[in-house]
Ligand binder design. Structure first.
Ligand code: CA2
Length: 143
């Protein structure tokens, strides 16, 4: 059974507590359950993680080379800042799908650039939690 590594960056553990008009009302636990349900439909397993630490995120991408068949990532704030995360994703060597809850291109200009996009097959943003389900649907055809 293919395993999809789903990585979530800083502050996403706070989902559901603030800014529901931007990020929706679902908690990260709700999104994990949604992902498990959706992946099950395609016969895939998910390894779902969140960290506030850039180094940990990068280590998980590196380790994922041996433990996963594809990667879905919401890099949160590191999306817009981390060359190191981009380098790790470039070296991952398997399909990567970038996901964001909000439409980053409709927001502040500093959110319009992503260091993740050059390493991704595609990007899904602006559809809230449903974007994770769409990302799984997309990656099932790539792994
Ligand atoms: O829209 C997304 O998924 C983002 O990756 C979310 C990041 C933001 O920096 C990106 O530009 C777009 C922020 C995640 C923080 O989420 C919070 C949710 C509730 C309360 C506090 C933070």
């Amino acid at each position: 059974m293919p395993t999809i590594l789903i990585l979530n960056g800083p502050n996403l553990n706070m989902l559901g507590t603030r800014e529901p008009e931007i990020y929706g009302t679902e908690t990260l636990q709700d999104i994990e359950a949604l992902c498990r349900d959706e992946a099950g439909k395609y016969g895939m397993d998910v390894d779902f993680r969140q960290t506030n630490a850039e180094a940990e995120l990068i280590s998980w991408v590196q380790q994922g080379r041996d433990t996963s068949d594809g990667l879905i990532i919401n890099g949160a704030g590191y999306t817009h800042t981390s060359v190191a995360l981009m380098d790790a994703l470039m070296a991952y060597g398997r399909p990567v799908v970038e996901v964001h809850l909000s439409n980053i291109y409709k927001r502040e200009p500093f959110r319009h650039h992503s260091y993740i996009s050059p390493a991704a097959q595609g990007i899904i943003c602006g559809f809230g939690a449903k974007g994770y389900a769409l990302a799984l649907q997309a990656i099932t055809r790539l792994v």
